[in-house]
Structure formats: C-alpha cells, structure tokens
Design a protein around this ligand. Structure first.
Ligand code: FEO
Length: 177
C-alpha cells in the first residue's frame, strides 16, 4: 500500500527519468551527426540506463499496489552548440534529478513510508555516481577544450568508458539488476 502523495511523486519521477532517456537519445543522435561516435555511444548507453531507472519505479509502484502512469514526453532539443554544451546540459539535468530524488526521500519521512525510503536508496547512490560522472566529463572537456584534436581524444575516451561500463554490466557489477 502506498499513499496517494507518494504515488503521485513517484509518477513525477517516472516522467523525469523518461524525459532524461529521450533527452540523451537526442544528444546521442546529434553527436553521431557531428562525427562524435564515442560520445554518441556513451549517450545511447545513458539513454538506456534512464529507461531502466524509469522501469524500476514502474515495477515498484505495481509491487506496492500503486498505479504507474505512462508519461507523455515533451520533445527534447535536437540541436546543440557544441559537445561541451551537450555535457553541460547532461550535468544540469542530473543535478535536477538528484534534487528530485532528495525531495522524494523527504516525502518518505513525512509519510513514514520506509518501504519507499528503502527502495530509493539505490537512486541516491546512482545519482551520486551519475552526477560525478557528468561533472568529470564536463571538467575534462573544459580543461582540454573542444577543438578538433581535443574532441578526437575525448571521443576515444568515451568509447573506452562505454566498453568498461558494458563489461561491468555483463559481469553484474553495476547494481542495476
Ligand atoms: Fe536517472 Fe541519470 O538520472
């Protein structure tokens, strides 16, 4: 059993995760168009992860006798000024998601909903990692610039990151089960 307030707040989170998935997919497409294959792979990977974040809440709501609402998703931006701008927007969006998770945790305490509080611990940890990852990539781009040679280097690093993340996932190390 879940309170109406908690159910509505989790449905809002479903919307946010669904939007993140579409937003990163649009960024992946733009990077691909610009020849940034590694950045595109990375953003595709992130987009799939966001869909998984959404589905975890979907299943949780059904488990606690709530109703998961399939969200309408606004059209994300399709064009970006630069790769630096892409990752700036990723970082800003992740900060927004973290804030939203924190608000959900606050509602859990207000509603004495310790089941949902327990469920959200995974998201608290995931947000710490995702925010840190987005900030690290952005800092590197800022440091080495986004001229042609720098972009080539960044793109190669992204490919390595995706390969490592996929290997960790195959080994069941990402806690995303
Ligand atoms: Fe599901 Fe990256 O927030």
């Amino acid at each position: 059993m879940i309170s109406e307030k908690m159910e509505a707040a989790l449905n809002k989170q479903i919307e946010l995760e669904a939007y993140a998935s579409q937003y990163y997919l649009a960024m992946a497409s733009w990077c691909d168009k610009e020849g940034m294959e590694g950045a595109s792979q990375f953003l595709h990977f992130q987009s799939v992860e966001e869909k998984e974040h959404m589905m975890k809440i979907f299943h949780y709501l059904s488990e606690v006798d709530g109703f998961a609402i399939t969200p309408a998703i606004p059209q994300p931006p399709l064009e970006f000024d630069s790769v630096q701008e892409v990752f700036k927007q990723v970082y800003e969006h992740e900060k927004k998601v973290t804030q939203s998770i924190n608000e959900l945790v606050a509602i859990c305490y207000k509603e004495n909903d310790y089941n949902t509080l327990n469920f959200l611990q995974w998201y608290v940890e995931e947000q710490r990692e995702e925010e840190n990852q987005a900030r690290t990539i952005l800092d590197r781009i800022k440091l080495i610039g986004d001229g042609g040679q720098s972009l080539y280097y960044i793109d190669k690093e992204m490919k390595k990151f995706v390969a490592a993340a996929q290997a960790a996932e195959a080994a069941g190390e990402d806690g995303n089960a």
